[in-house]
Design a protein around this ligand. Structure first.
Ligand code: KIV
Length: 295
C-alpha cells in the first residue's frame, strides 16, 4: 500500500506519458470508489456515464442526466486527490447546441473535474469539441463503440471490423487529435485497428476492449472488482468478486442479529458510567429495576 501522497496528475502530464509509460485509468462514481482508485495509483479517474448501468441500474447510459453526473462528480472529486478527474458528458448534454454544450462542460469543471469526455467525431461534434476547448476545458475523445449511440449502432457491438469502417475510425481519431483532444478512448475495436491509431496519432489512446497496443487501458470499477451483476463483456478481467464477498458478509451479519450474537454485550455495546449510576437508575423504576434480560 502506497502511503506517500502522489503529485496531482495533469492534462499535460497525461499527454507526456505517450510512448513513455502506460496509462492506467479506472471509472469511479463516488467518494469511496474514487479514493480507492486514487490510492491504488490510477493516473486518471473517469466519472463515467456507465454510472447509469452499474450504480443506477438502468439497462444503458441514455437515462443519465447532467445533474446525476455532477452529483457523482462532486463526490468523486473529494476522493480523487491525485488522479486526473475526467467527467463524462452524458447523452443530450452536448447534442442540442454549442452554447448548451460549453455551459454543461463548464459545470463539470465547477464540480471538481479537470477535463470532460465526449463521444463521437462527426463534423458537428468536432465543432462542439472546439468550442469546449475554447472555454479552456480539456477534452478526452471517445470513438469505436460509443454507448450513447447504442440505438443507432444496433447494440453494444465491436466496431471497425471491416476495412471501410476501420478507415473511418482512423480518420475520426486523426480529426479528434487535430481539433485538440488531449487523449482518446478506443472502445471495443479490433486490436490491429487500435495499434494503427495509436501509432498514427500523437495523443495517448486509452483502450477498453481494444487490445494491448493502446497507450493506456480503462475498465469500469464495478467490473474489475466483480460488483456489477449484469452482463460482463469479454474484454473485462475481474480481479475480485466483491459482490459475493459483500453478500456473504451481510448474510453473516443478519444471521448474528437473528441468533442474538450481535451485538456482543462487551465488545459492541456501551454501559452505564458505574454500578452506582445503574442503581440510581433502577431506583427510579416502580418495579425496582427488574429487566427481563437476556430475552
Ligand atoms: O462511461 C464509462 O465508463 C466509459 C468508459 C468505459 C470509457 O465511457
Amino acid at each position: 500500500m502506497n502511503s506517500q501522497p502522489r503529485k496531482k496528475v495533469t492534462v499535460p502530464a497525461v499527454r507526456a506519458m505517450k510512448g513513455k509509460s502506460r496509462i492506467g485509468m479506472l471509472t469511479a462514481y463516488d467518494y469511496p470508489s474514487a479514493k480507492v482508485a486514487d490510492d491504488a495509483g490510477s493516473d486518471i479517474v473517469l466519472v463515467g456515464d456507465s454510472l447509469g448501468m452499474v450504480v443506477l441500474g438502468y439497462p444503458d447510459t441514455l437515462s443519465v442526466t447532467v445533474d446525476d453526473m455532477l452529483h457523482h462528480t462532486r463526490a468523486a472529486a473529494r476522493g480523487a486527490k491525485s488522479a486526473l478527474l475526467v467527467g463524462d458528458m452524458p447523452y443530450l448534454s452536448y447534442h442540442v447546441s454549442i452554447e448548451e454544450s460549453v455551459r454543461n462542460a463548464g459545470r463539470f469543471i465547477q464540480s471538481g473535474a479537470q477535463a470532460v469526455k465526449v463521444e463521437g467525431a462527426k463534423a458537428s461534434r468536432l465543432r462542439t469539441i472546439e468550442a469546449i476547448l475554447d472555454a479552456e476545458i480539456p477534452v478526452m475523445g471517445h470513438i469505436g463503440l460509443t454507448p450513447q449511440s447504442v440505438n443507432a449502432l444496433g447494440g453494444f457491438k465491436l466496431q471497425g471490423k471491416n476495412a471501410d469502417d476501420a478507415k473511418r475510425l482512423i480518420d475520426e481519431a486523426v480529426a479528434l487529435e487535430r481539433v485538440g483532444c488531449f487523449s482518446l478512448v478506443l472502445e471495443c475495436v479490433p486490436t490491429e485497428l487500435a495499434a494503427i491509431i495509436t501509432e498514427q496519432i500523437t495523443i495517448p489512446t486509452i483502450g477498453i476492449g481494444a487490445g494491448p497496443h493502446c497507450d493506456g487501458q480503462v475498465l469500469v470499477f464495478h467490473d474489475v472488482l466483480g460488483i456489477y451483476d449484469g452482463h460482463t463483456a469479454k474484454f473485462v478481467r475481474q480481479y475480485a468478486h466483491i459482490a459475493q464477498d459483500m453478500q456473504k458478509a451481510l448474510e453473516s451479519y443478519l444471521h448474528d442479529v437473528r441468533d442474538g450474537s450481535f451485538p456482543d454485550e462487551e465488545k459492541e455495546s456501551f454501559h452505564m458510567a458505574s454500578d452506582e449510576e445503574l442503581k440510581r437508575l433502577y431506583a427510579t423504576r416502580d418495579d425496582g429495576g427488574v429487566v427481563a434480560f437476556p430475552r
